[in-house]
Design a protein. Structure first.
Length: 467
């Protein structure tokens, strides 16, 4: 019979010809709401493009573009940035496109790639994830779809939280999984890290599918529903309670940051739910992100194992299933399991801010040199080229190693925190004082989260992201 030659993969033509200076290279993920495309820019860089293909009854994307602009402005120029908002968007007659630069890998891919992450590397990633969510919430922005696909890593394991999804619906019908699958089940695993309070019963609320967001209606129904313009809504910050129920000491908010939105005012999800008793109204809240973050951190330490699927989450909300008993949380270390259980508790008002988790559990889960030395040091690598990073590694590695060995920590001292070969950890030379932050770095303070690119390294396989 002979050998049969496999046919090369044929990429279905996608309408990207109306995007300037962009050529389609491959498709990523299996999202139904947004199609994820890997494209090559004329200047030689890889970019990720998410495409929303319009129908005849699709709503105007004007309010969404305004919301994305506010989101990008709020997250621009943060110190030690761990946030990666959409960098550019294009609205054409046939489609709407979201674009960002391609990164080395996504967390979901990294968990299954050799060499596998060590326990110390996982703690370093979890530490940065907490910082990423804290930065977003401090800037007044909620993500809406935190999962491993939307966590990006550079080649030296610097974390970025990407693919913010304020345009997806805030609330979903609990008795109709089709809407969840359309918007959030991008991996096909039925994994569900959406906060339980985001699900409602259509029978109890007398709702129908016509109450969906304009984008959902345009994609699933022949007639678009009437919607109201999206505006920023005031979201109540969840009260910060200790596991025992007592108020968290010194848990007062830091107040508004000059030039940034008030932390108490969170960007409303662009799902633009309609009123009239059809479905619950309200914006995304920080507590919703905290629940998703807890599930994502648990999946990180479970080596990619799903924490809960849609059916289990709904059972958890009804008290019929417990992730710590029937689920995989029992496999986590006790301290880590305690933090995750606190983050995914059913009462959203009892979940803390991300910054509170860093302050309360940080000394237990993370060595002090994460915050004092490694975090500012790796931040200094972002705007540098490869040669400068290699020179930095040579100059700073002895002091970093000495600081790590002196640190009393639960992490085994012979477990590498990051990949030690210089070609995997290219860094910038700087003077680092033991127990202190980076004191002198010869580079620009601009981190380049602007339209047209950023300084972080690219290459490898990117996550499919939300869509």
């Amino acid at each position: 019979m002979g050998n049969v030659l496999a046919q090369p993969k044929v990429i279905q033509p996608e309408p990207v010809s109306d995007l300037p200076n962009v050529v389609l290279k491959d498709t990523l993920g299996r999202g139904r709401f947004l199609k994820t495309l890997l494209c090559l820019h004329d200047e030689g860089g890889l970019v990720v493009v998410k495409a929303y293909y319009k129908r005849a009854d699709s709503p105007s994307l004007g309010p969404y573009k305004q919301q994305l602009a506010r989101l990008r402005a709020s997250l621009h120029g943060l110190p030690c940035p761990h946030v990666w908002p959409w960098q550019a968007w294009v609205d054409t007659a046939s489609a709407g496109y979201l674009m960002r630069q391609h990164l080395a890998s996504g967390l979901n891919d990294r968990l299954s790639t050799r060499p596998f992450l060590t326990h110390a590397q996982k703690r370093w990633i979890a530490f940065q994830l907490l910082h990423a969510v804290a930065q977003s919430h401090e800037a007044g922005c909620c993500h809406g779809d935190i999962k491993t696909e939307n966590v990006l890593l550079t080649s030296w394991s610097w974390v970025f939280l990407s693919d913010y999804a304020p345009f997806k619906p805030t609330f979903l019908p609990a008795d109709n999984p089709a809407e969840f699958s359309f918007y959030f089940d991008t991996g096909g695993r039925r994994r569900c890290y959406i906060a339980p309070e985001r699900f409602f019963s259509t029978a109890a609320s007398n709702t129908s599918n016509s109450a969906a967001s304009p984008l959902a209606t345009a994609a699933t129904a022949p007639t678009p529903t009437k919607h109201v313009p999206a505006t920023n809504s005031v979201g109540s910050t969840p009260s910060k309670m200790s596991p025992a129920g007592a108020p968290l000491p010194n848990s007062g908010g830091s107040g508004p940051v000059p030039g940034r939105p008030d932390p108490g005012v969170f960007v409303r999800g662009m799902s633009m739910e309609v009123g009239g008793g059809s479905r619950p109204l309200g914006p995304l809240t920080p507590a919703m992100d905290i629940f998703s973050l807890g599930c994502t951190i648990a999946e990180l330490f479970l080596d990619g194992r799903t924490v809960m699927d849609l059916g289990q989450l709904l059972g958890y909300s009804r008290g019929e299933w417990d992730p710590a008993v029937q689920g995989p949380l029992s496999l986590l270390d006790p301290d880590l399991r305690q933090m995750v259980q606190h983050m995914i508790q059913l009462n959203p008002a009892s979940r803390w801010r991300a910054q509170d988790y860093l302050e309360h559990w940080g000394p237990v889960l993370f060595p002090s040199y994460f915050e004092k030395v490694l975090h500012p040091f790796f931040d200094s690598l972002l705007p540098l080229d490869a040669d400068a990073r290699i020179a930095a590694a040579q100059g700073a590695l002895p002091l970093i190693k000495a600081t790590m060995l002196q640190e009393p920590t639960a992490i085994q001292p012979n477990t590498p925190l990051v990949t030690t070969p210089s070609h995997h950890m290219p860094v910038h030379s700087a003077r680092i004082q033991a127990g202190a932050t980076l004191t002198s770095v010869q580079h620009s303070q601009q981190h380049g989260f602007e339209e047209g690119g950023t300084h972080a390294e690219q290459g490898g396989t990117d996550a499919a992201g939300s869509g």
